[in-house]
Design a protein around this ligand. Structure first.
Ligand SMILES: NC(=O)c1ccc[n+]([C@@H]2O[C@H](COP(=O)([O-])OP(=O)(O)OC[C@H]3O[C@@H](n4cnc5c(N)ncnc54)[C@H](O)[C@@H]3O)[C@@H](O)[C@H]2O)c1
Ligand SMILES: [Zn+2]
Length: 349
């Protein structure tokens, strides 16, 4: 089969690989749609260290091609969604309530990390009964594929942000992850959502997904402006959706005492992340810093699909580009270099 791989740090391309085989509890899925993620770029830049010929990609849907002898609920031909994170559900971290951390820190992150990812004609899924979710007939693959990571991660930002009904929220960065955090904040009952972003097309999407105000970090002092917008109080919840020192510090500064900083960005650079000491209340301002890795698993995916089925949210306006898998090299370049006002690149197979 054809797979799109990271040949080494900084170099991607196609290669032939054998179609994977399922172990007793696993499934092999024939890919129908995939999305390129900013994390794929981080990986190619060396974010998880050197990898040779690792298949990229972790956001996909498809049809079941084969299942292992112990898989109970799925059969070849089923249309399925797979979370970007595929935990080992019998693991102690899972039993402890943190399945994304199963098998060690971030161990649930298997695709394009500890095993081949989904940018291939077929991909392997561990713990199939617990990690696959059937896609309802009413939901197209082009829509369902957003649950794998964008909805799950963005909404996690809102969920871990502990947003009070009617509360104020700042979402720092409005890439696809931040946009879904904005949508998640609205769904969680925020009374006012402030989106921080400079790119006009993303500002527009942010408004569509629920941002009441936009702060442009290139022309305004974000901390000052958010304090101004909240009458000097700061926000109940600040969601950091970039993964940078500046946005993390801003998040701590704009959160009111007792509020929550919810981190969903990926911090790929530097040895330390710095907390602004004074605005942190010299350690005593009752500010919670929450972190997490995109929740996976069947139950989570079924909930997200239910939301799409009920038409509470339409993620497809984020699809700015569509390419066939044969054109993956160009598709990856567009996503990686953020060409042509790209937000998300959808891959068809
Ligand atoms: N925690 C998880 O499980 C998880 C899952 C998926 C992705 N991620 C991470 O989430 C982050 C965001 O992903 P994405 O695809 O939305 O990224 P993206 O690169 O498409 O978007 C980032 C946005 O940040 C904006 N930005 C840049 N500087 C800013 C600043 N100072 N203040 C506010 N906004 C600023 C940019 O204009 C851009 O629109 C990445 O680090 C990604 O790796 C985390
Ligand atoms: Zn992703």
């Amino acid at each position: 089969m054809k797979a799109f791989v990271m040949k080494e740090i900084g170099r991607v391309g196609f290669m032939d690989k054998p179609v994977p085989e399922p172990g007793p509890g696993d499934a092999v899925v024939k890919t129908t749609r995939a999305l390129i993620c900013t994390s794929d770029s981080h990986t190619v830049q060396g974010g998880i260290g050197p990898r040779e010929n690792l298949t990229l990609g972790h956001e996909a849907v498809g049809t079941v091609h084969a299942v292992g002898s112990e898989v109970k609920d799925f059969r070849p031909g089923d249309r399925v969604l797979v979370g970007a994170i595929t935990p080992d559900w019998g693991d102690l971290a899972s039993q402890n309530g943190f399945p994304s951390q199963s098998g060690g820190p971030l161990g649930g992150f298997k695709f394009a990390n500890s095993k081949d990812g989904v940018f291939a004609e077929y991909f392997h899924v561990n713990d199939a009964d617990a990690n696959l979710a059937r896609i309802p007939d009413a939901i197209d693959d082009d829509v369902a594929v957003y649950c794998a990571d964008m909805l799950s991660t963005g909404f996690m930002g809102a969920e871990k942000g502990n947003i009070p009904i009617g509360g104020t929220v700042a979402v720092l960065a409005q890439g696809p992850v931040g946009l879904m955090a904005t949508a998640g904040a609205r769904l969680r009952g925020a009374g006012r959502v402030i989106g921080v972003e400079s790119v006009a097309s993303r500002q527009k999407l942010a408004r569509e997904y629920g941002a009441d105000e936009i702060v442009d970090f290139t022309s305004e002092d974000v901390v000052e402006r958010i304090h101004e917008l909240t009458g000097g109080q700061g926000v109940d919840t600040a969601i950091e959706a970039l993964g940078a020192d500046i946005t993390f510090q801003t998040a701590v500064k704009v959160t009111k005492p007792g509020g929550t900083v919810s981190v969903i960005g990926y911090f790929g650079e530097g040895e330390f992340v710095r907390i602004p000491r004074v605005e942190w209340g010299v350690g005593m301002a009752d500010k919670t810093i929450a972190t997490g890795l995109c929740p996976g698993g069947r139950l989570r995916m079924e909930r997200l699909l239910r939301l799409l089925e009920a038409k509470r949210l339409d993620p497809t306006p984020m699809t700015t580009h569509t390419f066939h898998f044969d054109d993956m090299e160009r598709a990856f370049e567009v996503a990686d270099k953020k060409l042509e006002d790209v937000v998300k690149v959808l891959i068809t197979f």
